[in-house]
Design a protein around this ligand. Structure first.
Ligand SMILES: NC(=O)c1ccc[n+]([C@@H]2O[C@H](COP(=O)([O-])OP(=O)(O)OC[C@H]3O[C@@H](n4cnc5c(N)ncnc54)[C@H](OP(=O)(O)O)[C@@H]3O)[C@@H](O)[C@H]2O)c1
Length: 246
């Protein structure tokens, strides 16, 4: 029997990560599911298995690089090599900068920056050794230009997108591909009860991301009108940007 494609997704207990795990399972991937909440991971795993694919769960906090490495290595062994690794786990704190605390920023940086870097770098040597693999980071449209009250979150996603940009360039002569995903608003717990115009459902977002992974697109961003607006904002001089967005 030929080996199935495999994927590891962090933050697979809910939201975009859960929906992406299911989208990848529908496309024939066996899954390694990583997050902190064991019961929710077990639910995602049951849904993956109901689609006829293998699912292994790994309870880990991405803020702990040793735990991330152990989970990636165990998943790699259990599934016979990881073809796709998605650094998706993330947190967001919305706060006016005048009230922002160091702790707000530290947690965002620990999860969104250090956690993503730990995940991607734990997977890279195995992909290079096997001669195949796709590294994926779930960034955000705020990587194009920061949004009010999201200083730490915007900074964390700008870091992740710049990091992925350089990984893609550095690895271009290897068989490892790099995909930077920059979604707009997706209807998950992260948004709370707010549903700004252009919000997409997690399943629709997951389909877009899975398509981008299958095609190894360097940047996957949606919905197009929000991404176009943020790209445009990136070109504005600070004085005009402050007046428009502030
Ligand atoms: N929703 C949006 O509008 C939106 C837009 C653009 C980008 N994004 C990005 O998409 C990604 C997923 O967000 P989401 O909207 O699906 O959020 P969510 O529904 O709040 O889910 C976040 C996921 O990350 C996991 N997670 C959080 N902290 C973790 C930690 N320390 N260790 C391991 N796992 C951790 C959570 O699992 P546990 O709590 O079980 O650990 C959960 O599975 C994030 O990187 C986010 O920045 C979201």
């Amino acid at each position: 029997m030929s080996r199935a494609d495999t994927a590891l997704v962090t933050g697979a207990s809910r939201g975009i990560g859960r929906a992406l795990a299911l989208a990848l399972a529908r496309r024939g991937h066996d899954l390694a599911l990583v997050a902190r909440t064991e019961s929710a991971l077990a639910e995602t795993a049951a849904e993956v298995r109901a689609l006829g694919r293998r699912a292994e769960t790994f309870v880990a906090d991405v803020r702990d690089p040793k735990a991330v490495r152990a989970a990636v290595e165990a998943a790699d062994q259990a599934l016979g090599g990881l073809d796709v690794v998605v650094a998706n786990a993330g947190v967001a704190t919305a706060r006016w900068s005048g009230k922002l605390t160091y702790d707000d920023c530290a947690d965002t940086i620990d999860v969104n920056v250090r956690g993503a870097v730990a995940t991607l770098l734990a997977a890279l040597p195995g992909m290079l050794a096997r001669g195949r693999g796709t590294l994926v980071g779930i960034s955000s449209v705020v990587a194009y230009r920061g949004m009010p009250k999201l200083a730490a979150y915007s900074g964390s996603k700008a870091f992740l997108s710049a990091f992925l940009d350089v990984l893609r360039v550095d690895l271009r002569k290897t068989p490892v591909r790099v995909v930077d995903v920059r979604p707009g608003y997706v209807a998950t717990d992260m948004l709370g009860t707010s549903r700004p115009p252009g919000t997409v459902e997690p399943d629709a977002a997951a389909r877009r991301i899975a398509d981008g992974i299958a095609r190894a697109r360097p940047v996957v961003t949606f919905p197009w009108h929000l991404a176009a607006l943020l790209r445009l904002l990136r070109c504005l001089p600070p004085a005009l940007y402050d007046r428009l967005v502030g």
